[in-house]
Write a protein that binds this ligand. Structure first.
Ligand code: AMP
Length: 112
């Protein structure tokens, strides 16, 4: 069964697109936890970072560089946070790897 993100990639359900290229899309989160909350999602289905392989190294790097470029584009010059939730205790709810880009407010540490 397709994940919600695969359906968005395949244009079966709508999303607010922030970026798209050959390897990934970025969408605005439907339930934002900060004024800017974007998800950077590989087009390749990697369920979670713990299941990525050495062959995925270029795409993993691409996700981070894309998130950093989006942070600049979205005006997050005062700082931002990138988050990858992995597994149940990590807070993962969609089993399709994604990098959260959060910004435009001070972010507390440690996270909850
Ligand atoms: P995670 O809990 O790390 O797996 O993150 C999944 C994220 O996907 C959550 O922040 C959700 O709010 C977000 N999300 C779920 N469905 C959608 C959707 N249809 N469009 C945009 N974001 C979504």
């Amino acid at each position: 069964m397709k994940t919600i993100f695969q359906k968005i990639i395949d244009r079966e359900i709508p999303a607010m697109l922030a970026h798209e290229d050959e390897h990934c899309i970025a969408i605005h989160d439907i339930n934002p936890q900060a004024p800017v909350h974007v998800l950077v999602i590989p087009k390749k289905l990697i369920p979670r970072v713990g299941e990525a392989t050495a062959a995925d190294q270029p795409i993993l790097g691409h996700l981070l560089l894309t998130a950093a470029a989006l942070a600049q584009k979205l005006g997050l010059e005062s700082g931002y946070r990138l988050v990858i939730n992995n597994g149940r205790d990590g807070g993962e709810t969609v089993p399709h790897l994604h990098v959260h880009l959060l910004g435009k407010r001070p972010l507390a540490w440690p996270p909850g």
